[in-house]
Design a binder for this molecule. Structure first.
Ligand SMILES: NC(=O)C1=CN([C@@H]2O[C@H](COP(=O)(O)OP(=O)(O)OC[C@H]3O[C@@H](n4cnc5c(N)ncnc54)[C@H](OP(=O)(O)O)[C@@H]3O)[C@@H](O)[C@H]2O)C=CC1
Ligand SMILES: O=C(O)[C@@H]1CCC=N1
Length: 270
């Protein structure tokens, strides 16, 4: 457990990421539920979040009026401009952390005059405190603001401070990777079912395998290529399989990351 911070955090947007961050911060012990405020326009999401003891508000202006010490912007990039317009006057002089893909620090600073802006790019496993978050401070942010953002997201997994252009790349890889990973789990499970395994067993075996491999890679610090070699018996089944999979997966992954990066720039109007 992390030691408790004596601040309040307001999160605008309590969806997949905002909700995960809120839960992660409370579960980590960094903040008591009563000092996490979440605004979401969806009543069902508000009801689910309220059950955890966090404070819920129906819109961004109501949250900003509570003057939380730090505000995390966790709505979609497409609505962020509107939301910032609704709360700009209240956020002057405050530390604001945006998780919106693509939207640049300069855009946020222009929309929120006087706010101290930090941009971060987390991923979904922040909810189970195994996330990975890239952090970049704007010209308006102090070193303390960047440190605070790092402290909040360190309670939810690993954190790396980097330049803003690198944060976009990190988002295209690390932000989207939970979906890539799930797609691979699903593909393996379907391949097993196609070749005759019962669906429930296939899924359990594949998911257990994924957890075991992740644990070994992390715990032993072994390079992925070396780990692959351990599995690949000369003249065996894995070598035959990798000859098929490797070119397709490599090309597909590079193309997928480039597509995510292109969409990041498109969302930012760049
Ligand atoms: N999902 C992910 O893995 C990651 C997402 N991000 C970024 O996080 C942000 C949120 O994404 P994600 O969580 O996936 O999106 P979601 O749609 O799940 O969450 C956004 C939430 O904000 C609510 N909302 C919309 N407008 C307002 C408003 N004016 N005031 C308050 N709440 C509002 C939405 O309600 P409603 O559904 O009713 O519109 C929704 O519940 C995006 O900017 C994305 O780029 C970053 C890293 C990873
Ligand atoms: O799909 C998206 O746009 C968000 C950003 C990174 C992961 N999910």
């Amino acid at each position: 457990m992390s030691s408790e911070l004596n601040i309040s955090v307001g999160i605008i947007g309590g969806g997949s990421m905002g909700g995960s961050i809120a839960r992660g911060l409370v579960d980590s012990g960094l903040l008591p539920a009563a000092r996490v405020l979440v605004a979401d326009s969806d009543a069902e999401k508000r009801a689910a979040i309220a059950k955890t003891g966090m404070r819920v508000l129906a819109d961004a202006p109501s949250l900003a009026a509570e003057e939380p010490d730090v505000v995390i912007l966790a709505v979609k990039p497409q609505v962020l401009g509107d939301v910032m317009g609704q709360v700009a006057a209240r956020l002057a002089g405050r530390c604001v952390i945006s998780i919106a893909a693509g939207v640049s620090v300069a855009t946020i600073e222009a929309a929120l005059p006087g706010a101290r802006v930090v941009r971060v790019m987390p991923n979904l496993p922040v909810q189970v405190r195994s996330g990975a978050t890239a952090v970049t401070g704007g010209a308006s942010a102090t070193a303390d603001d960047v440190s605070l953002a790092c402290e909040l997201f360190s309670a939810l997994g690993s954190v790396a401070v980097m330049r803003e252009d690198q944060l976009d790349v990190s988002g295209a890889v690390v932000g989207t990777a939970p979906a890539f990973f799930s797609l691979f789990v699903d593909a393996l499970t379907r391949a097993a079912v196609l070749r005759g395994l019962p669906a429930a067993s296939a899924r359990e075996l594949v998911e257990t395998t994924m957890r075991g491999c992740a644990e070994q890679l992390l715990n032993e610090g072994v390079h992925p290529r070396e780990y692959m070699e351990r599995v690949t018996s000369p003249g065996g089944t894995t070598a035959a399989a990798l000859r098929e999979l490797e070119p397709a997966l490599m090309d597909g992954t590079y193309a997928a990351v480039d597509a995510a990066l292109a969409r990041t720039r498109e969302l930012a109007g760049r």
